[in-house]
Ligand binder design. Structure first.
Ligand SMILES: NC(=O)c1ccc[n+]([C@@H]2O[C@H](COP(=O)([O-])OP(=O)(O)OC[C@H]3O[C@@H](n4cnc5c(N)ncnc54)[C@H](O)[C@@H]3O)[C@@H](O)[C@H]2O)c1
Length: 464
């Protein structure tokens, strides 16, 4: 299929590296992006996303001459595959917002020809392709899915900021409405990723006995799928569920360790040491770590899509809701830690200068979607704190150009995001000398002992 013309719809965190990779693998890639400003940046050969891996891949794609970013939908004519990577957010009521997905279908519908392949990469709730995308496309095109063209789902699992797992090697799953469709999609992704092809029914056969000297019957684990592998699911719904459920499993586990952190606070334990200790047990998944809030476009969003689908089908998933409530409550909990710590130092929140470190939802990315920063900032502001802000990856909210400058006059530091460069700088500073009395470490990334030795009151989430 290489040298064929394919389209990637939406050139964000997911679509840009995917389009670049396809171009590097010799496909002619039309990168269709509705935001003209992004197209302008990409057309100059630059990236609108700050990520070393994405920038390197884009540079190779530009060198190949195969990547063509555009906001002109006419360029979509004659593509043989359309990979949809548009956002799938939630609205203010936490309900799934499928408008961007529908707008992407509207864009491609006029260009769909016989035997074309449509792949939804965006994260969607189980049933979205069968119940919404399929009838919508059939009505718009007057063509039959599975007969005239194929519809597949291949959820993206990329982990921005991860040095190892990237668009180039993360194992993928695909599902489609027909056998022909799943094979076509799997072949496309194998040609892009270069890994092995599996059938999901064979994954269990790769179960291997756990190596255990003490007890050989202690259990089994699934061996790590090889880099860049593609696994064919039995249905498009199963492929949708893989993504929605794997992120929900993560959300629930994070909620659980957040609860363990609260227990650790009342029992005077160091939750990070305890988790590190638990992780020496050589089987089971994890570790997960607590923190001042869960953000991002995946973990904070996908469980809501899954919950919505289950609710509409007649089942209210209580643990998912509880996990969401727990994780949504963590910014407030971390603020209560700050309030108590300031109190111990006889400092009120009102009128005290506090530096909030980090705007991004996680370290080493320039993405602030659903970031706990916003709630923390708003609440502290409402309580009358004098706020300074610094994020080394996102400058929009920064109150000064450098970390040192930002910290001037602050009595407390509240770490929301543990960007490596920023935390390394912080570790080399004489914070006590700068007048810092309290550090609330919302990511448990600092060494409490060295701060305590400087006379600074340290509070982590579940550790002191
Ligand atoms: N960001 C992640 O880490 C990540 C990881 C795995 C999966 N996902 C999923 O991938 C999907 C995309 O996420 P993202 O982070 O890349 O979003 P993003 O906002 O970074 O990028 C989406 C892009 O699509 C463009 N767009 C919107 N509607 C369009 C249309 N009709 N036609 C053309 N372009 C359009 C937007 O302008 C934007 O540039 C979501 O479903 C998300 O849940 C994201």
């Amino acid at each position: 299929m290489n040298n064929k013309k394919i389209a990637v719809i939406g050139l964000g965190y997911v679509g840009l590296p995917l389009a670049s990779l396809c171009a590097v693998k010799d496909y002619q890639v039309v990168g269709f992006e509705s935001n003209q400003k992004i197209v302008d940046i990409l057309s100059c050969g630059k990236s609108h996303i700050i990520d070393i891996k994405v920038e390197a891949l884009l540079s190779k794609a530009n060198d190949s001459g195969n990547f063509h970013p555009t906001a002109n939908n006419e360029k979509l004519a004659d593509c043989v595959a359309y990979l949809i990577c548009v956002p799938t957010p939630i609205n203010s009521n936490n309900d799934p917002d499928i408008k961007p997905l529908i707008s992407a279908l509207d864009v491609i519908a006029p260009y769909i020809n016989k035997d074309d392949l449509i792949v939804v990469e965006s994260t969607v709730f189980p049933g979205t392709c069968d119940d919404i995308v399929l009838p919508y496309l059939e009505e718009k095109t007057g063509k039959k899915v599975g007969v005239d063209f194929q519809l597949a789902h291949c959820p993206e699992r990329v982990n921005p900021g991860d040095d190892f797992w990237t668009t180039e090697n993360i194992p993928r799953v695909v599902g489609a409405t027909t056998q022909k469709g799943v094979k076509a999609a799997a072949d496309l992704y194998v040609s892009i990723l270069g890994g092995d092809l599996f059938d999901v029914r064979d994954i269990r056969k790769s179960l291997r006995p756990k190596i255990s000297i003490a007890d050989t019957k202690s259990g089994y684990e699934i061996s790590q799928p090889p880099l860049g592998s593609v696994t064919m699911m039995r249905s498009i719904r199963d492929a949708e569920a893989v993504k929605a459920m794997e992120n929900t499993v993560r959300d629930v586990n994070i909620a659980f360790v957040n609860e363990l952190a609260k227990i650790s606070d009342v029992l005077n334990l160091d939750v990070v040491d305890v988790i590190d200790g638990m992780s020496t047990k050589p089987f089971g998944k994890g570790p997960f770590f607590p923190g001042a809030g869960v953000g991002g476009h995946c973990i904070a969003v996908d469980p809501e899509w899954l919950k919505d689908a289950a609710k509409r089908a007649g089942y209210m998933p209580e643990i998912i809701q509880l996990a969401r409530n727990t994780n949504n409550g963590m910014p407030e909990y971390a603020i209560s830690l700050l309030q108590d710590a300031l109190n111990e130092k006889a400092l009120p929140i009102k009128g005290t200068r506090i530096t909030v470190l980090g705007v991004a939802y996680k370290k080493n990315v320039d993405d602030a979607r659903e970031s706990p920063f916003f709630e923390i900032h708003n609440v502290l502001k409402k309580k009358g704190a004098e706020l300074s802000v610094y994020d080394s990856w996102i400058s929009k909210e920064n109150t000064s150009d450098t970390l040192e400058e930002t910290l001037k006059g602050s009595k407390a530091i509240f770490i929301v995001t543990d960007h490596d460069d920023c935390i390394n700088q912080l570790k080399n500073m004489d914070l006590a000398n700068l007048g810092i009395k309290v550090v609330v470490d919302g990511r448990n990334c600092l060494d409490s002992e060295s701060l305590t030795a400087q006379g600074i009151l340290y509070r982590g989430v579940g550790r002191r």
